[in-house]
Design a protein around this ligand. Structure first.
Ligand code: PMP
Length: 434
């Protein structure tokens, strides 16, 4: 075949809906750092949205994945079992709360969320799921139906999955209350929902994040989680905790819900940090509950991929050997304290909050009536200004008015200090002290 200069060259381009939060194109990355194709080094406080838990390309995770690639890349585990999945299940058994001894694997957070909902409905024979305002659980149609972290996640493709009901989240800052008042209110409203509209014996599950992620980086108060656990037990409702973003050490405990003493969920959903960047997710539940799913109702071709599973096994080993859960706690305290020192200079910063290596900075302004309202323009301006300072950040929150910082679990004291310095410089550029 001959080609001439006149022959049309077929071209393709990325979907125009994929808006990039930063202009950076990564060339290579290591630890907390990304080298862009522009030749610049960026301190990465986005970690692929909380995924690269052991830092970019941790040498042990790289070696484990490379070795597994040379042995077997894929053997669908309902057809032919493979060693990495057996090892991963054994390792997860050591970090999961006692009793959650059965694990099912998928590829993404959304798929695992769907698996948990299917399981809860099959186990209870009940239709309704209660979610909490500002929760994010994914973008597949069912997961989007469970998501209330912003209308953009579900508008335009109705009808959504039925049987989903939203209860308030104790968002103390938004209401202008202290945490206890917000928790009392949210629990009262939940009880009201359970008596006025959604009968407990028609309710399959409560679904909540230990820290609202895309909904604004709001730690769920321990007393609220305890209140949900108590009501779930009382009514035979399955208590599902979505640890996709907050799990795997990120909050300074292995699981985010462990900040609520004595609270053990019926189902834990995990993904993101599980394999340092390889796509794999899981749900864990007591065997008795897990066995209520009908054979064939759960699963998918790529779920529990061998290379991803090998990377997950090594991720857990690195987290344990390098003390990364404790590092997340200590470096998280440093990050939050630093942000709280910076914040008073900027009146548009209404709230600084977080836990472990999840920090949210909420931007607000006042409207004509003098009420405090979300200021997404300020948050976006600051997030974009951080790139210019060599720091990568993201926004979140229903109004997009929260900047979130999600460093890797391996982040060092110096890197947090540098990140805070660059963040303060970006605030000056974007807001000029306003
Ligand atoms: N649950 C939570 C708490 C999440 O943060 C996310 C992703 N941001 C999901 C579920 C969905 O995960 P995925 O994008 O892998 O489908």
């Amino acid at each position: 075949m001959t080609t001439t200069a006149e022959t049309a060259v077929p071209t393709a381009h990325l979907s125009p809906i994929l808006k990039q939060a930063t202009p950076v194109v990564v060339d290579h990355a290591q630890g907390s750092w990304i080298r862009g194709t522009d030749g610049n080094d960026y301190l990465d406080f986005t970690t692929g949205i909380g995924v690269t838990s052991t830092g970019h390309c941790h040498p042990r995770v790289v070696a484990a994945a490379q070795a597994q690639c040379a042995k077997v890349i894929h053997a669908q585990y309902t057809t032919v079992m493979h060693q990495p999945l057996l090892e991963l299940t054994e390792k997860l058994g050591r970090v999961l709360p006692p009793g959650l001894d059965s694990v099912f694997y998928a590829n993404s957070g959304s798929e695992a969320v769907e698996a948990s909902i299917r399981l809860a409905r099959m186990a209870t024979g009940r239709p309704n799921i209660i979610v909490f305002q500002g929760g994010f659980h994914g973008r597949t149609v069912a997961a989007a139906s469970l998501t209330t972290a912003g209308t953009k996640f579900s508008a335009g493709f109705s009808p959504l999955m039925s049987g989903v009901h939203m209860a308030p989240f104790p968002y103390a800052f938004r209401y202008g209350w202290d945490t206890d008042t917000a928790v009392d209110f949210a629990l009262r409203e939940l009880d009201y929902l359970l008596t006025s509209r959604v009968a407990p014996n028609d309710t399959a599950a409560f679904l909540i994040e230990p820290v609202l992620g895309d909904g604004g980086y709001l730690p769920t108060p321990p007393r609220f989680l305890a209140g949900l656990r108590e009501r779930a037990t009382r009514h035979g409702i399955v208590f599902i905790v979505d640890e996709v973003q907050a799990g795997f050490g990120r909050t300074g405990k292995f699981w985010g819900h462990q900040h609520a003493d004595g609270v053990v969920p019926d189902i834990i959903i995990t993904a993101k940090g599980l394999a340092s960047g390889f796509p794999i997710s899981a749900i864990a539940a007591p065997t008795e509950l897990m066995s209520k799913a009908w054979p064939g109702s759960q699963g998918g071709t790529y779920g529990g991929n061998a290379v991803a599973a090998a990377a997950a096994v090594e991720t857990i080993a690195v987290i344990e050997d390098e003390g990364l859960v404790e590092n997340a706690r200590v470096r998280g305290e440093q990050m939050l304290a630093g942000l709280r020192e910076i914040a008073p200079r900027f009146p548009r910063i209404g709230d600084v909050r977080g836990i472990g290596l999840m920090a949210g900075i909420e931007f607000v302004t006042t409207d004509a009536s003098g009420a405090t309202v979300p200021d997404s323009a300020a948050a976006i301006a600051v997030q974009q200004a951080t790139t210019g300072q060599g720091l990568l950040t993201l926004t979140c929150g229903p109004g997009g008015n929260v900047v979130r910082l999600i460093p890797a679990l391996v982040v060092t004291e110096d890197e947090i200090r540098l990140g805070l310095h660059r963040f303060a410089a970006a605030l000056d550029v974007a807001l000029g002290g306003a």
